[in-house]
Design a protein around this ligand. Structure first.
Ligand SMILES: [Zn+2]
Length: 437
C-alpha cells in the first residue's frame, strides 16, 4: 500500500462558514484533552461552502494555523478539503492535508461489464457464507449479489482512484489523509456492500483512512437524528467489524475507520456509537459542520442591542425567502412552516426568547426546530451582508466564542467521548479509547 499521512484514532471535524471561530472551536478540543481524551481536530469546508461564502480554500488553512499558534496546540491537526471531486480539487491541494473524495454521483452508474467480471473472479472469497469477527452470524452473499454490488459501485471506486492519484501526483502520497465519501446518495450502504466496496478500494491501492457511508435514518441539517436507534447501532457496529476485517484482507491502512458525516447535532447517536466503539476498540471520525454559524447567531442575539437587531434582521430575510433557501436542502431538512414565527413576532423577542428558540436544547419547551433549520440554511443572508456581518462577529466575539466552545464541548465532545451519564460529574473520567490500538 502507498505511503500516507497517519490520522489519529479519534478525530473531530469542525466546519466554520465565516472563518472567525477557529480558536473557539479549538478551545473545545483542548477542554476535552484536559479531561483525558486524545482527539485530533480537523477543520473541514466543502467546495460548495467556499463558493456560497466566496472564500478560497487557503483561508481555512490560515484560520486553522492561526488558532493552533494562538492557543499553543502541539499535537496533529488537519485541514479537510471536504466533498471534492476531480474538477474542484486543484485549488485545495496546496492548503489541505485531508481530502474527502466524493464519488456519490457515480454510484449506480453501471461499470464496464468486463471489469465487473474481473472483480467477481478476483474476489471469489466474497461469495458464499462469510464469517466476519464481531458480527454474530455469517454474512451470506451470492455471486450474483457480488456482481450487482460491483456493478453499482465500481465506477465510483475507480473515480476515487483517479482523484486520489491526481492529488498524490501533485502533493506526494505521504503528505495527506484520504477519505472516500458515499453519504450524499439516496440509499444507505449495508455492511456487506461496504465490505465489497472496501475490497474494490483496496484493489485501487488507495491508502484509505476514513470512509463515509450513508447510514440508515435521516441526518437532517443541524437537528437530531431521526430513525431507529437500535438499527443504527447494529449497522454501525457491523460496519466497524467489516472495516476491521477488510483491513486484514485487503491491505488497507490499520488506521482505517468510519467517518460519520453528521450534518451536526446528532446527539442521540453519540451514545450508541460510543458503546459500539468501546466494544470494538475502534476509532472514528465525526464530521460536524455548519452549526457554528448558528452559535454565532445565538451569540449575537444574546449580546442584545445591535447584535440582537442583526439576528432579527437575518431571520426577517430568511422567512421572506423561505422557499429559495429550503429547496436546495429539501432532502436534509424537515421544516414545519406553520411553526415558523412571523418576523414581526420575532422583532418583539428579547435575547432570551431568540436564544431559547434557536439553541439546540431539546429539553427547552421554547426550542423551535423549524426556526433553527430555516436559519441554518439561510447563511447566505449573512454572507450577503459581508463586512457588516463580520464586524458584528468581531464586536461580539466574547459572547459568540463562549457559545461556540460550549456547544462543541458540552453537546458533542462530552457525550461522544465521555458519555451521557458522566456529563455532569466533575471527576476525571477515563475517556473513550484513549489508548492507541
Ligand atoms: Zn457528507
Amino acid at each position: 500500500m502507498n505511503k500516507y499521512l497517519p490520522l489519529g484514532k479519534i478525530s473531530f471535524g469542525m466546519g466554520d462558514r465565516f472563518g472567525h471561530q477557529g480558536r473557539a472551536q479549538l478551545r473545545a478540543c483542548i477542554q476535552a484533552t484536559e479531561l483525558g481524551a486524545e482527539i485530533t481536530p480537523v477543520w473541514n469546508k466543502s467546495n460548495r461552502e467556499h463558493s456560497f461564502i466566496g472564500t478560497d480554500p487557503s483561508s481555512l488553512r490560515i484560520e486553522a494555523d492561526a488558532a493552533i499558534k494562538s492557543l499553543g496546540w502541539k499535537k496533529p491537526y488537519h485541514v479537510d478539503a471536504d466533498h471534492i471531486r476531480l474538477e474542484t480539487v486543484d485549488r485545495f491541494i496546496a492548503p489541505s492535508d485531508f481530502f474527502t473524495i466524493d464519488v456519490a454521483d457515480s454510484i449506480g452508474k453501471p461499470a464496464p461489464a468486463d471489469e465487473v467480471q474481473r472483480f467477481v473472479k478476483r474476489h471469489a472469497e466474497l461469495a458464499g457464507k462469510i464469517c466476519v469477527p464481531g458480527i454474530g452470524y455469517p454474512i451470506d452473499i451470492s455471486r450474483a449479489e457480488v456482481e450487482r454490488v460491483a456493478n453499482k459501485f465500481l465506477l465510483a471506486v475507480n473515480e476515487a482512484g483517479n482523484i486520489y492519484r491526481h492529488i498524490a501526483g501533485t502533493k506526494g502520497a505521504q503528505n495527506f489523509i484520504t477519505e472516500v465519501s458515499m453519504d450524499e446518495t439516496d440509499t444507505p450502504q449495508t455492511p456487506h456492500e461496504l465490505l465489497i466496496i472496501l475490497a474494490a478500494l483496496g484493489d485501487e491501492r488507495i491508502p484509505l483512512q476514513t470512509i463515509a457511508p450513508k447510514f440508515t435514518g435521516r441526518f437532517n441539517k443541524g437537528v437530531d437524528y431521526v430513525g431507529d436507534l437500535r438499527q443504527f447501532e447494529k449497522e454501525f457496529s457491523d460496519d466497524l467489524a467489516v472495516i476491521a476485517d477488510a483491513v486484514m484482507k485487503y491491505g488497507l491502512p490499520a488506521s482505517l475507520k468510519l467517518s460519520v458525516h453528521s450534518g451536526s447535532d446528532k446527539f442521540s447517536i453519540y451514545e450508541p456509537m460510543r458503546r459500539a466503539l468501546k466494544k470494538s476498540n475502534a476509532g472514528v471520525h465525526i464530521k460536524t459542520a455548519g452549526t457554528t454559524w448558528l452559535e454565532e447567531l445565538i451569540g449575537l442575539a444574546e449580546a442584545g442591542g445591535d447584535g440582537l437587531a442583526m439576528a432579527r434582521e437575518i431571520y426577517a430575510e430568511a422567512i421572506e425567502h423561505v422557499d429559495e433557501f429550503c429547496v436546495p436542502y429539501a432532502a436534509v431538512i424537515d421544516i414545519d412552516k406553520t411553526r415558523l414565527p412571523a418576523f414581526r413576532t420575532v422583532n418583539g423577542w428579547g435575547p432570551e426568547q431568540f436564544v431559547a428558540a434557536l439553541r439546540h436544547d431539546q429539553k427547552n419547551p421554547l426550542f423551535n426546530p423549524s426556526f433553527r433549520q430555516l436559519l441554518h440554511v439561510s447563511f447566505k443572508v449573512a454572507a450577503r451582508k459581508g463586512d457588516r456581518y463580520l464586524e458584528a462577529l468581531k464586536k461580539h466575539e466574547a459572547v459568540i466564542a463562549k457559545n461556540v466552545t460550549e456547544n462543541l464541548f458540552e453537546r458533542h465532545l462530552k457525550p461522544l467521548l465521555f458519555g451521557e451519564s458522566e456529563r455532569t460529574s466533575p471527576v476525571r473520567k477515563v475517556p473513550l479509547v484513549a489508548s492507541p490500538t
